[in-house]
Ligand binder design. Structure first.
Ligand SMILES: [Zn+2]
Length: 310
């Protein structure tokens, strides 16, 4: 498929971690009786997550019944179209049976069904927050989760606390020849390259962050910044906001070597040849970066990072 205004580009495909199908039933979060009844319902399924990992069998999540769930912080994930309620618990993973493996969201996010990808993304995000926000930031008192596990409160001063999400921008920059800017982070080994990214700072718009980050890391001044898509990236708590931006002619890349090892412009043909020759590797399909790069390219590309960070 080809975008009308940009020959050679394709629309952004389904983002792996933005596919949830389960209704979050937000109005039930304050209904303690409903939550208690759901927890007693034998049809209810509990997804146990521990440090960003869950049990998986044949690329499907392994759930347990409420009475089999370990002790740990509990949170309501939602209810599906058949009336099945899903909870998450942050606690030790139950013993797996035959064919069951422990997998991280990064490893299986693109392999799971739409329902399971959404549930695991939601559960990992909430578990990461609960695991690291256990005290009131005002006076240090241990906080108490609400019955649905979507907020906590301080028993001393009554202050309420809500899950944190850190917005980050990730942007594909093109030059007047429609070549794309790819960079290798100084911390990445080998041949890995990706598009530029960075956190939105307090008091800054996402578009301002795109312009600032590109200039800081490569010296390139971009214009025509436009949003394309987002996906949660709860590792530990980001929301990746994807953008395109254009670099007017006549600029020279000045790499900030504290952040990047290298950065350069790639034509479609040049990038494909370098990937096929094994000179470069792109981020995995679970990432929004891969999707934005392939949308610019106009189709799927070979080669993916391997190793623990893929
Ligand atoms: Zn407090």
């Amino acid at each position: 498929m080809t975008s009308p205004e940009r020959p050679g580009s394709a629309p952004l495909g389904g983002l792996a971690l933005a596919r949830g199908t389960v209704d979050r039933v937000t109005k039930r979060r304050t209904d303690k009786d409903w939550i208690d009844a759901a927890w007693k319902d034998p049809r209810t399924r509990v997804l146990v997550v521990h440090q960003g990992e869950a049990l998986v069998r044949d690329d499907e999540l392994v759930f347990v019944a409420p009475e089999e769930a370990p002790a740990g912080t509990r949170f309501l994930l939602g209810e599906d179209a058949d009336g099945v309620v899903y909870f998450g618990v942050s606690g030790p993973l139950p013993a797996g049976g035959d064919g069951v493996r422990v997998a991280s969201l990064r490893e299986v996010g693109a392999l799971l069904s739409d329902r399971d990808a959404g549930l695991l993304t939601h559960a990992v995000a909430l578990a990461n927050w609960h695991d690291t926000h256990v005290r009131c930031p005002l006076d240090g008192t241990p906080t108490v989760p609400d019955p649905a596990g979507h907020s906590t409160s301080c028993p001393t001063d009554g202050s309420e606390h809500f899950p944190r999400t850190d917005p980050a921008v990730i942007m594909l920059v093109t030059d007047p020849e429609d070549r794309c800017l790819l960079a290798r982070n100084a911390a990445w080994p080998g041949r890995r390259v990706s598009i530029l990214a960075g956190f939105v700072e307090p008091g800054e718009s996402a578009e301002q962050a795109v312009i600032r980050e590109v200039a800081e890391e490569t010296g390139i001044r971009v214009t025509n910044v436009r949003y394309v898509a987002s996906q949660p990236w709860p590792m530990p708590r980001s929301l990746m906001l994807g953008f395109r931006a254009e670099a007017p002619a006549g600029q020279v890349i000045m790499v900030d070597h504290e952040e990047l090892a290298e950065a350069r412009w790639w034509s479609r043909a040049g990038l494909l040849a370098a990937l096929q020759a094994g000179e470069l590797a792109l981020p995995p399909s679970v990432s929004i970066a891969r999707h934005i790069i392939e949308a610019w390219y106009g189709g799927s590309l070979p080669s993916t990072w391997t190793g623990p960070r893929s």
